[in-house]
Design a protein around this ligand. Structure first.
Ligand SMILES: Cc1cc2nc3c(=O)[nH]c(=O)nc-3n(C[C@H](O)[C@H](O)[C@H](O)COP(=O)(O)O)c2cc1C
Length: 450
């Protein structure tokens, strides 16, 4: 920070009605710039108490609030510029796209535990364009849900670009799924099917980039091919096409739980310059740090590990009880169907509950039973409080849909404003079981990952 940096620091504790006690270091600072200008503001860092004591802060956020109140309001915010996050020297932490699971409520939870970027589950672009029901079921967000990347499965440039335009006002980037190995996806030209079609993927990302400008990101998530030279070639084409970053699940389409192919990941890393998010087999913060170190990738994405422990990126070894309380609180506010509430608790309690109780819990069949179980075993129930910021916002797609049909996607969108705040309304719809219009994933307890 240089010699012109003056600071005074102290530890603050903040009690948030949903997320409980949060400790963070606050530093009031004064910077005298080259032109003699002065800037006053706050640096703060969320941290658990031991970290606060040792002052070993891993992540600083910088704010220049006009008042203490504004400072308090911003304590849950962070940089939403994805490229800025990925260019920081610290490891960027990412929650994986997961069909059924990386939905708004779960994203809200992991964002409280040091997760920098979240992906939506994969959404089929053509269904999203055609069906209002699909749009309402598959994409929900709120004003705290950022940075957010919406992942689409698409097999042609128009579908991807049209779908990207619809969600652009409500998220920070779109990602193309080139990693789903499921049979139905391959048959329809989605997921890993695209790994063998570098020029089609290139045209798809170029189409999005031409229509939506920076800082909105355009990215691709891939698996590795058996012939790694082909993967390197694909990534180089994508880099030239202008993708913002790349996520690599370092397994081939036929690999399941085997260790990732670190050497091949590193081969790709050495062949391109854009930021890479490494993915595969991370089960703890230590694993994540090791993968970041060994691969020298800018980010680490976690899927299965963060389902079983949403506080993984905070360093917790197993799901801390606060997560369970937070999950009850969050799902009481964000409409979430019973199956989703239950499945997530099944994952979170997997390493906590003894076997007999786990079987009992896994077989519960309604919300009432789940709440009774959690109340009797953990003395927890949802805590209600005013919570307008967590409520889903209403996404209004009508203008873009109309423009699309009028101009037949031949226009170029300039200075597209990413402004979810102006659309901030409360939504009480969507409180029912959602219809799973996508091709079903494997049984919950036998998940084949994308
Ligand atoms: C339940 C589940 C759903 C998934 N859905 C998606 C998806 O929608 N899109 C995608 O690109 N990958 C999906 N994946 C794959 C993950 O994003 C990730 O690449 C994979 O699980 C490997 O990471 P992990 O070892 O940390 O779990 C899914 C994985 C799981 C377990």
């Amino acid at each position: 920070m240089g010699k012109n940096f003056e600071k005074k620091s102290w530890v603050l504790k903040h009690h948030h009605p949903v997320f409980g006690q949060i400790s963070f270091i606050s530093v009031r600072f004064k910077i005298c710039g080259d032109l003699g200008t002065k800037m006053f503001g706050w640096l703060w860092a969320e941290a658990d108490v031991s970290v606060v004591k040792s002052r070993e802060v891993t992540k600083w956020r910088c704010h220049k609030p006009s008042s203490i109140q504004q400072f308090r309001n911003t304590i849950f915010t962070m940089s939403t510029d994805i490229m800025e996050l990925l260019s920081s020297p610290q490891m960027t932490t990412v929650c994986a796209p997961m069909v059924r699971y990386s939905k708004l409520a779960f994203r809200t939870l992991v964002r409280q535990h040091n997760c920098d970027i979240c992906f939506t589950p994969m959404i089929l672009a053509d269904s999203f364009l055609q069906s209002a029901k699909a749009r309402n079921n598959e994409f929900t967000t709120n004003i705290q849900d950022e940075p957010l990347i919406t992942q689409f499965a698409a097999n042609n440039p128009d579908d991807l670009a049209n779908a990207a335009e619809l969600v652009a006002p409500y998220c920070n980037g779109v990602d193309l799924n080139c990693g789903c190995p499921q049979r139905w996806a391959i048959k329809d030209g989605y997921g890993v099917n695209l790994l063998d079609k570098p020029h089609l993927v290139r045209d798809m990302v170029i189409q999005v980039r031409n229509r939506i400008s920076n800082p909105f990101t355009v990215s691709v998530k891939i698996r590795l091919l058996n012939d790694i030279k082909k993967s390197v070639h694909l990534c180089q084409i994508l880099e030239r096409a202008g993708i913002s970053f790349l996520t690599i699940h370092a397994r081939t389409p036929t690999m399941q739980k085997e260790p990732i192919q670190l050497e091949n990941l590193n081969l790709i890393r050495d062949s391109i310059q854009i930021p890479i998010i490494a993915n595969g087999d991370v089960k703890s913060l230590d694993d994540a740090k090791l993968l970041a170190e060994q691969s020298k990738c800018q980010g680490v994405m976690v899927g299965n590990g963060i389902l079983t422990n949403p506080a993984l990126f905070s360093g917790a070894k197993t799901t801390p009880f606060i997560c369970i309380q937070q999950w009850l609180n969050i799902t009481d506010i964000i409409p979430t169907n019973f199956t989703t509430v239950h499945h997530h608790l099944v994952f979170m309690l997997e390493k906590i509950l003894p076997r007999k109780k786990r079987l009992l819990f896994n077989n519960l069949s309604n919300m009432e039973e789940v709440r009774l179980f959690v109340a009797s075993h953990y003395n927890m129930q949802p805590l209600s409080f005013p919570s307008s910021e967590l409520k889903p916002i209403i996404c209004d797609y009508s203008n873009i849909l109309q423009q699309n049909s009028e101009s037949h996607h031949s226009y170029h969108l300039k200075n597209y404003t990413i402004n979810k705040y102006k659309d901030c309304h409360n939504s009480d719809s969507n409180n029912k079981e959602t219809i799973n219009w996508q091709q079903p994933f494997a049984n919950l307890f036998d998940i084949t990952s994308c």
